[in-house]
Write a protein that binds this ligand. Structure first.
Ligand code: NAD
Length: 323
């Protein structure tokens, strides 16, 4: 286990230029760690790391983690986030997504083994598929359609958990975070997930496109809380999966109405087809995260959405205060 004090540790973050990865790198550097960020910039942006440009404790390397990549020097931990994550991205890049979860995780697990480093995998609530158990606890084995279009992501993540668990049995220190829907500043301007989509549509005066009848639920977690959960898990010495997610469950229609009101928009709501295998209910049982990590989300939905909207509107000052 690496100590709670991350000062003077060296941590590799894959997917560093992505939405969650960039916030995580900032958090680790603030905690005193030296961070090597790896990213192929397929869905991430180098500008997400602007605050770390020229920081002496941060190094960025443009590389594809599905190709074995030598990492020189000591490494205390690898936090493996590299993978397309938004449905629009993984459906557009199905083979790259399968490779990131499989080859990418195998490569990173081998680096962790060779460096005697801890491997933390950023897994997902999508391993539960369209869940038949509600809320979802870590013991639930999931309901995933292995041949549906979403399986390129869901099954890749299930495979990446299998890799991580196998390396744990071989003596590598590991951690698995099952992250539920996270939102916040820096989701890309083409991100297809509900929060950025509704914000973009409401701000542009376009109809908010709600899938199905909007009664499907999501439990959103603000990115700062997710990153806090990941850093706590890194130092917890706990190998079994841990759900990291918000516990306030809202329907997608409620989210659309909330975001529309927050934006002061009078956009109409337009109901569109529900994508295949879209999960109908989604809420984590976070009992384990509370017990093992002492972690609970701190940022409420209204506050988190307001911070996200402020960032989307380019109100950097508000975002800076919020951080
Ligand atoms: N944001 C969420 O709601 C959420 C929920 C569950 C799990 N996760 C997981 O967290 C991680 C980060 O998600 P995100 O929302 O920040 O997505 P993101 O798309 O913003 O970030 C992913 C990053 O990985 C990089 N990447 C992809 N393939 C790569 C490869 N082969 N080599 C190197 N870099 C590669 C991308 O360029 C991008 O910067 C993902 O593993 C995702 O599955 C996120």
């Amino acid at each position: 286990m690496i100590s709670n004090d991350l000062a003077h540790t060296r941590i590799v973050v894959t997917g560093a230029a992505g939405f969650v990865g960039s916030h995580l790198c900032e958090r680790l550097v603030r905690a005193g760690a030296c961070v090597l960020g790896l990213d192929d910039l397929s869905t991430g942006r180098h500008s997400n790391l602007a605050s770390l440009d020229d920081h002496p404790s941060f190094e960025f390397r443009h590389c594809d983690v599905t190709v074995p990549h030598p990492v020189r020097g000591t490494v205390d931990a690898i936090m493996h986030l590299a993978s397309p994550a938004a449905p629009g991205d993984y459906l557009a890049m199905p083979l790259a997504t399968l490779r990131a979860g499989s080859l990418g995780t195998l490569n990173m697990a081998e680096v962790a083994r060779d460096k005697a480093a801890i491997l933390l995998l950023a897994s997902t609530s999508e391993v539960y598929g369209d869940p038949l158990e509600h809320p979802q606890s870590e013991s639930y084995l999931g309901n995933v359609n292995p041949i549906g279009p979403r399986s390129v992501y869901d099954e890749a993540k299930r495979f990446s958990e299998a890799v991580t668990a196998q390396f744990a049995r071989m003596g590598v220190r590991t951690a698995i975070a099952r992250i539920f829907n996270t939102y916040g500043p820096r989701m890309s301007d083409v991100d297809s997930r509900v929060v950025p989509t509704f914000i973009r549509q409401a701000c542009a005066g376009q109809a908010l496109t709600v899938a199905g009848d909007g009664s499907q639920t999501r439990s959103l977690c603000y990115v700062d809380d997710t990153v806090d959960g990941l850093t706590r898990l890194l130092t917890a010495g706990f190998a079994d999966p841990v759900n990291i997610g918000g516990t306030h469950e809202a329907t997608v229609l409620e989210l659309a109405e909330m975001i529309r009101a927050l934006c002061g928009s009078s956009s109409p709501i337009e109901f569109v087809d529900l994508p295949q295998d879209d999960p109908l209910r989604r809420r984590p049982d976070t009992t384990r995260a509370v017990r093992v990590l002492g972690w609970e989300p701190q940022v409420g939905l209204a506050e988190g959405l307001a911070r996200t909207l402020a960032w989307e509107r380019g109100d950097a000052a508000v975002t800076a205060v919020a951080r």
